[in-house]
Design a protein around this ligand. Structure first.
Ligand SMILES: *[C@@H]1O[C@H](CO)[C@@H](O)[C@H](O)[C@H]1NC(C)=O
Ligand SMILES: *[C@@H]1O[C@H](CO)[C@@H](O)[C@H](O)[C@H]1NC(C)=O
Ligand SMILES: *[C@@H]1O[C@H](CO)[C@@H](O)[C@H](O)[C@H]1NC(C)=O
Ligand SMILES: *[C@@H]1O[C@H](CO)[C@@H](O)[C@H](O)[C@H]1NC(C)=O
Ligand SMILES: *[C@@H]1O[C@H](CO)[C@@H](O)[C@H](O)[C@H]1NC(C)=O
Length: 506
């Protein structure tokens, strides 16, 4: 077998200081891809939450909800454009309470606080003028759109079982919305059906058999309105937590060729007010636990073989808006980059970060649109990590996480090292297995502190927190704060990469 990609790039996420050194052997199997992500693997969400949405005595949404967001902000526009293109998923808890202001819907009110209603808000409405503005914005910034549809339309709460919603989904309003969207020439990459209605649901649930029946109705509607298979939006679901029994039943009922992608949510660090989130984020065995979920989803996908496989259609490090003092800091990257790496190795095609903007877990500051540390992680991943995922073995040290992909834009391998250790330096010896189990060829030897030796074509991106303060917001890229960088450049470079505008001029 040919060598698929040649070693040349490295991204490193580390804290630098002098202390004990541990030897680590990292073996990359450059010839055997283990998974393939979508070209637009990095994705971020926009959510419906209104300003009045609060958790833990704070209200972190400001004017970042889909109905309120200022689409003229230069920072926001440039931050999205830098991805060229960014995949955006529109959805969230209130998605199953959105009606579309088109067709028979004459009255189009905003969400209102209402204790008795699902998630504490009344139904809200998306006026078509706002949908026009959003699409102009998506067009201008080059966004690939996944739109989460209301899957509770015209269902009723069960009188017997709390939280369960019953009755058939009525497709009329969604159909009118799609017709309007087509008439305007707006492109939608995919429609996702409902939000967190699988299993026990979050607030509301629908039985798997019912959901399976209804997604067939949605698929037929999409096919009827988009007869050309080349421009037909994908149909995704169920966009909830993985529950083996529920996912199985739903896919058995829907049958083959209906669901293009199986979507699920990951919040593996628990609630945002848990003081232990910071400990979990740096604990390799804790971080590993979520691999059980990825394995389960992978089994389901291998069994039913949907065309677009599995997607993580929503994930944040902590529930209910994120962790205020942690999400917008350098430390969050330990979780985020590790998730991007792990999800890729489990052949997840897309990973949507909750959120692009809004809440504490946003990639961009909700009020200023200035990038939080994770924004740079997302952008570096998008630019450097290609879609072909390679096997990496490294047994000696759980505190060093390593993921390798073929490089995005040029021949080579991009490798990311994440240092979770509180005190060790790593002396990494890197080898490349060209042929499984044979001909181990040592292509590079790495000096302590991730200083590679040998390859002059290598580009290094060292990310570190200013003054070692991992709970700070200032990220250094090769020792220079991000906000002082004209470009996202690498160290000891030999060829130029595409450059990022200075964040302060974003
Ligand atoms: C933006 O809209 C124009 C006109 O409809 C279209 O030609 C172009 O492809 C769109 N661009 C993107 C990125 O969708
Ligand atoms: C929901 O309840 C209303 C009022 O009782 C009824 O008219 C409607 O048919 C019900 N919808 C479904 C899907 O059962
Ligand atoms: C967003 O920026 C404002 C102004 O700098 C700051 O007060 C706020 O804490 C930031 N929000 C988050 C979640 O970091
Ligand atoms: C890993 O991070 C710790 C601090 O969190 C630091 O002491 C150590 O030097 C780092 N190791 C490397 C190789 O950067
Ligand atoms: C790092 O590992 C290499 C290869 O095993 C070895 O030759 C070198 O002495 C080590 N360096 C340190 C500082 O331990």
């Amino acid at each position: 077998m040919d060598l698929k990609c040649i070693f040349s790039l490295a991204i490193l996420i580390s804290q630098i200081s002098l202390s004990s050194t541990q030897n680590v052997n990292v073996v990359i199997q450059g010839a055997t891809p283990i998974a393939e992500t979508d070209d637009n693997f990095v994705c971020a969400t926009l959510d419906w939450w209104p300003t009045e949405k609060c958790n833990y005595n704070q209200c972190p949404w400001g004017k970042a909800g889909i109905l309120n967001l200022d689409l003229k902000k230069k920072g926001l526009i440039n931050a999205i454009k830098a991805f060229n293109p960014l995949r955006i998923k529109i959805g969230g808890s209130l998605q199953d309470q959105v009606v579309y202001g088109v067709g028979g819907v004459k009255n189009c009110p905003n969400f209102m606080k209402n204790e008795d209603s699902l998630f504490g808000f009344s139904q809200g409405c998306l006026p078509m003028e706002r949908w026009d503005e959003l699409n102009n914005f998506f067009n201008q910034t080059g966004v690939k759109v996944t739109f989460g549809l209301n899957a509770l339309l015209k269902r009723n709460r069960s009188e017997i079982e709390k939280g369960l919603w019953v009755g058939d989904w009525q497709s009329q309003n969604a159909g009118d919305f799609m017709k309007y969207t087509i008439s305007k020439g707006y492109k939608v990459d995919s429609y996702e059906f409902g939000n967190q209605l699988s299993g026990a649901g979050m607030g509301a649930s629908v039985e798997a058999e019912q959901y399976g029946k209804d997604i067939v109705v949605l698929k037929n509607l999409v096919k009827e309105l988009h007869p050309d298979p080349k421009t037909q939006p994908k149909v995704l679901g169920p966009s909830g937590y993985y529950d083996e029994k529920w996912f199985n039943s739903f896919l058995e009922v829907s049958g083959h060729d209906v669901v293009d992608g199986v979507t699920h949510h990951i919040y593996n660090l628990g609630p945002g007010d848990d003081p232990n989130v910071i400990a979990k984020i740096q604990d390799p065995s804790y971080l590993n636990q979520v691999s059980q979920t990825y394995k389960g989803v992978l089994n389901i996908v291998n069994k039913f073989k949907p065309q677009s496989r599995a997607w993580v259609s929503e994930s944040g490090e902590a529930l209910h808006g994120g962790a205020k003092d942690l999400s917008p800091t350098f430390a969050d990257g330990f979780w985020y980059l590790d998730q991007l790496g792990m999800a890729s190795t489990y052949n997840q095609k897309v990973f949507c970060r909750q959120t692009l903007i809004g809440g504490n877990y946003a990639l961009l500051n909700t009020t200023t649109s200035i990038p939080n540390p994770d924004y740079y992680d997302a952008l570096l991943w998008h630019r450097l990590m290609g879609s072909t995922v390679l096997a990496v073995t490294q047994e000696s040290n759980p505190n060093l996480r390593v993921y390798a992909h073929c490089a995005k834009k040029k021949p080579g391998i991009s490798i990311i090292f994440i240092n979770l250790s509180k005190d060790s330096l790593f002396n990494v010896t890197l080898s490349n297995y060209e042929h499984q189990g044979r001909n181990l060829r040592s292509t590079d030897v790495v000096k302590p502190n991730f200083e590679f030796r040998g390859s002059k074509d290598r580009e290094e991106y060292h990310l570190a927190a200013l003054a070692g303060n991992i709970l700070g917001q200032i990220v250094l890229l090769n020792d220079v704060p991000m906000f002082q960088q004209k470009h996202l450049t690498f160290r000891r470079w030999s060829q130029s990469l595409s450059m990022l505008p200075h964040p302060s001029i974003l």
